[in-house]
Ligand binder design. Sequence first.
Ligand code: ATR
Length: 269
Amino acid sequence: PDRYLVVGHPVAHSKSPFIHAAFARQTGQSLSYDRLDLAPDDFESGLADFFALGGAGCNITVPYKERAAGFANRLTERAAFAGAVNTLWLGDEGLVGDNTDGVGLVRDLKRHLALRDRRVLLLGAGGAARGVLAPLLAEQPAQLVIANRSADKAAALAELAAGLGRVESCAYEALDGDFDLVINATSASLAGETLPLPEALFSQGGLAYDMMYGQAPTAFLRQAEQLGAAVRLDGLGMLVEQAAEAFRLWRGVQPDTAPVLLALRDSLG
Ligand code: ATR
């Protein structure tokens, strides 16, 4: 069977093998999908070995998405904009690097709300935020504001996306007005930290989305509940959707994500 991997450091807790095994069963595809932990000094050589030995494709996770973009021979347009790659495969002209995180987020969001003409706030201006910015803007929200602890980084990201739609930026303290959708793309939740967000952040029926996930609600989602967000979602759906898009690119078949998300949620306990 064709061989696939998820590469990261650490990677032991990655849910990708679970997700891709489920997609393969569901679609009758014959493939293997394993984890590979590569130390920082071994990333490029480890990847090169995998493909030299007949590997078909891989996903890339923390902390290597930017380095994977440098390793690919060709980047898709969305990967080039993201400056990061989460999906690689061997094409006719070498290694192709793509980024399916943004479409993964948008597809998961669209299960809950139409983004067109909505007021959207993106929290964070690091790699995770940049990775989803172009697909979000492609949905033509009425407004997209990037807020970040370092306002300079938010401004730089807004500048980068200026040609793609109406983007503004500010520091958390300068946030004003309410939003239909607030997406957390910071890593603050990882440290259990909350962001200094104003009281009137969510519009009536507003949705909070944390790109992170965990067994219990993240710090951001707990904060969003206190701020009155009507709907609160973690990033598990995005994880399954970005995997589905990678699977489609590799195998040419579109898996059904809903049952796999349910099974994954169950497995988290
Ligand atoms: P990632 O790839 O996860 O985006 P990153 O590029 O290092 O990682 O970006 C981390 C993001 O989380 C940044 O937006 C960072 O804010 P700064 O740019 O101001 O550093 C944000 N972040 C991380 N920890 C934070 C905290 N405790 N409070 C507020 N923002 C935090």
